[in-house]
Design a binder for this molecule. Structure first.
Ligand code: SF4
Length: 338
């Protein structure tokens, strides 16, 4: 635990002060994901003591894809301090430093709890989000002591081996053929579902916050059923809206153009729709559109399809909907682009 900060996260305050001094930065934009935002005022006070002017971004921030470069430019900031993620998108005009906010909670009990759920598997892949990566070596040791062969993937697309982010499970897919199951070390189901949907392997969460472990196989099957229903509905669509993300790491314009061209080749109409935030309200404004293809953040529609009044497909799902790929291949390839 770091003295004077939210319990269980390291905000690297000495490094932040050193970076501000080294760069002689005068106006600092602090960007925090939702769970860490309560620390904003305290961190702003720490920055103010260096003589720089802190500004806290109050906008939602869900990933390093969303680095607030445009906002920093508008505010005349000369440094962004981005918390909770590792670098992902290419840098913009305003320099940024990343504070990963590593969790200091112990993972050993949660990993031990995972062992009974892995009794049928010998070869295990382990992954984590940025907050717990430092604990992967300990998790590996515990599983190996229990007789497992443990692999940590590194396809080189992310900063760290074993790291996963919501739209990139390449460190899991890179070893999927060599393991029988995955363990995700960290809280919640979000990343474990991403692993299962990208690899089709049984996946267990070792949650160090509750010191418990659980399988997400049932939730995976439920989500696959939902996704198939969404694809089937989109097969009837004549007009597609191709969603183009306006966040720095969510803009995949070439992919959007390819989707538009593919739709038109299949006799459909397709419109490019650019948006910073893709929400159920955004898409309600276009009643003539029958279905959407989301080239921005692939997790938006997957997490809560019932909130959207029209089908919102990932690019891979769209290819199945227009007959350019099969559901079986989609399961092998994963629902996301990696
Ligand atoms: S695109 Fe979505 S899943 Fe990927 S990092 Fe950004 S918010 Fe997370």
């Amino acid at each position: 635990m770091v003295a004077g900060c939210m319990i269980g996260f390291d905000f690297e305050e000495d490094r932040i002060k050193q970076e501000i001094a080294k760069r002689n930065a005068k106006r600092i934009l602090l960007q925090l994901p939702e769970g860490l935002k309560p620390e904003g005022p305290r961190l702003a006070e720490m920055v103010a003591k260096t003589g720089a002017l802190p500004i806290i971004s109050a906008d939602p921030c869900y990933g390093a894809c969303d680095i607030a470069v445009n906002e920093a430019e508008i505010l005349g900031a000369d440094l962004i301090v981005h918390f909770g993620h590792a670098p992902f998108a290419s840098q913009g005009k305003v320099p940024a430093i990343y504070v990963e906010a590593k969790a200091t909670v112990k993972v050993d009990l949660a990993v031990l709890q995972a062992l009974p759920l892995l009794s049928n598997y010998k070869r295990i892949g382990i992954t984590s989000s940025i907050q717990h990566l430092q604990a992967l070596s300990q998790a590996k040791e515990i599983l190996e002591k229990a007789g497992k062969t443990v692999l940590i993937g590194d396809r080189g697309q992310l900063i760290h081996a074993g790291q996963v982010i919501g739209c990139n499970y390449s460190n899991a897919t890179s070893i999927a053929d060599e393991v029988e199951a995955f363990v995700f070390v960290g809280g919640g189901m979000f990343h474990a579902l991403g692993i299962a949907l990208s690899t089709s392997k049984p996946t267990v969460v070792a949650d160090p916050y509750d010191n418990r472990a659980f399988s997400i196989n049932e939730q995976t099957q439920k989500m696959l059923k939902q996704r198939w229903a969404v694809i089937e509905e989109a097969q009837q669509a004549n007009v597609f809206g191709v969603l183009v993300g306006l966040k720095m790491g969510q803009k995949h314009f070439d992919k959007a153009l390819k989707v538009k061209e593919t739709a038109e080749n299949h006799g459909k109409s397709a419109y490019l729709l650019a948006s910073k935030e893709i929400t159920p309200d955004t898409i309600m404004e276009f009643p003539s559109v029958d279905a959407y293809v989301n080239t921005a953040c692939p997790r938006i529609s997957l997490e809560a399809p019932q909130k959207f009044s029209k089908p919102v497909l990932t690019v891979n799902e769209f290819m199945v909907a227009v007959g350019e790929g099969s559901w079986e291949n989609l399961l092998k390839k994963g629902l996301f682009e990696n």
